[in-house]
Design a protein around this ligand. Structure first.
Ligand code: NAD
Ligand code: MG
Length: 336
């Protein structure tokens, strides 16, 4: 049942107009809620939000009139935004809402004690949150309460999730710790980190054994999409249903040799670094230092031979050309 009424007389400020910000602001407005987008006046988002028919204000001004402030800028800029634009302007008793728990859980932001602090995290990129809403459906959302000053924090979080369409699909209750730690683990061990290392190590193995890089690219990078699509649509069962018996047998006997107990033990180490704050400490220090290691490691990925051969091959696959801009790419919390 829709609880959007818990916010019906509230002004909602959406700070940031990127992947999530645009989808949330448009969906909330179309759900009949009073929305203002808070963005910098000289930035490109200002014009985009205005062209989309939304009220627009500078972040501090948007916060001043708001009963709920959704913080949808990149995670690493949120602490300064909170200090400078949000904390000094936020009404007593207002709601502060995040789409990822990182800054609150790792204490990069310590919210004022008189406000509600909640989380609503759609399990999908902003483009999907928007397109599903337009079709009368929604993307499942996690929601959580960190601080309940009003006694209505959970109801208000659920109302926001309903307003962006999540209630039409599924709302799953969590807490900031669980959302943050599982999100970081997934992107590090399996999605971004794990998958990219598996692919590049597989590519290197074939090329070092004398096989053509073009063929290695198809086998370990390109065809991964077919498998992942099957996982997405129907889990392991659907993948097993669509691959040959030979592929299945190879999966059963060789998969566990590659991703063995040692890999799982190191996954647990990665999780421990997330849980005890080591990762967050390293990452915030790296960001503060101007990203020297991040840039170097990123360049190494971009310089990997799989990238040269990939560029050449993708240019010959006509169906890949319209999405050159990355319009179909999923942003993973810039990592999630
Ligand atoms: P994004 O990078 O797509 O957009 C960020 C927006 O913030 C842009 O409009 C940018 O112009 C604006 N911005 C940047 N710096 C700013 C500043 N200093 N002051 C004001 N505005 C500024 O970000 P996103 O992917 O939408 O992520 C927003 C939040 O949503 C993050 O907390 C992220 O973890 C979370 N989240 C993202 C996804 C996803 O799939 N992208 C899913 C769930 C949760
Ligand atoms: Mg990598």
């Amino acid at each position: 049942m829709s609880q959007v009424n818990a916010l019906s007389s509230s002004r909602i400020a959406v700070l940031g107009y990127g992947s999530q910000g645009r989808a949330h602001a448009l969906n909330l407005a179309e759900s009949g809620l009073d929305v203002v987008v808070g963005v910098r006046k000289d930035g490109p988002s200002w014009q985009r939000a205005q062209a989309d028919g939304l009220k627009v204000a500078e972040p501090a001004a948007a916060v001043r009139d708001a009963d709920l402030v959704a913080v949808l800028t990149p995670d690493m800029v949120q602490p300064a935004l909170y200090r400078e634009a949000i904390e000094p302007n936020l009404k007593p008793g207002a709601v502060l809402l995040f789409a990822h728990g990182f800054n609150v859980h790792f204490k990069q932001i310590s919210p004022r004690s008189d406000i509600d602090v909640v989380l609503v995290a759609p399990k999908g990129p902003g483009a999907l949150v928007r397109s599903e809403y337009e079709r009368g459906r929604g993307v499942p959302c996690l929601y959580a309460v960190h601080q309940d000053a009003s006694g209505h924090a959970e109801q208000r979080a659920r109302a926001y999730a309903d307003g962006i369409g999540g209630g039409r699909a599924l709302l799953i209750k969590t807490d900031f710790r669980e959302e943050t730690e599982t999100d970081l683990f997934g992107e590090q061990a399996v999605l971004c980190g794990g998958a990219s290392e598996l692919v590049t190590k597989g590519f290197e193995t074939l090329v070092e054994a004398g096989y053509q890089p073009e063929i290695a690219y198809y086998e370990v990078m390109h065809e991964l999409k077919l498998i992942v699509d099957l996982f997405y649509e129907g889990g392991l069962a659907r993948m097993l249903q669509f691959v040959s018996e030979t592929a299945q047998y190879g999966d059963y006997v060789s998969g566990p040799r590659v991703v063995d107990a040692g890999v799982k033990a190191r996954m647990k180490e990665v999780l421990r670094d997330i849980q005890d704050g080591t990762f967050a400490r390293n990452w915030t220090a790296e960001y503060a230092a101007g990203l020297p290691n991040y840039q170097r490691l990123k360049q190494a990925d971009l310089d990997h031979p799989i990238e040269q051969v990939g560029q050449k091959l993708r240019a010959r696959m006509a169906w890949l050309q319209p999405e050159k801009s990355g319009a179909g790419s999923v942003s993973l919390k810039k990592a999630g």
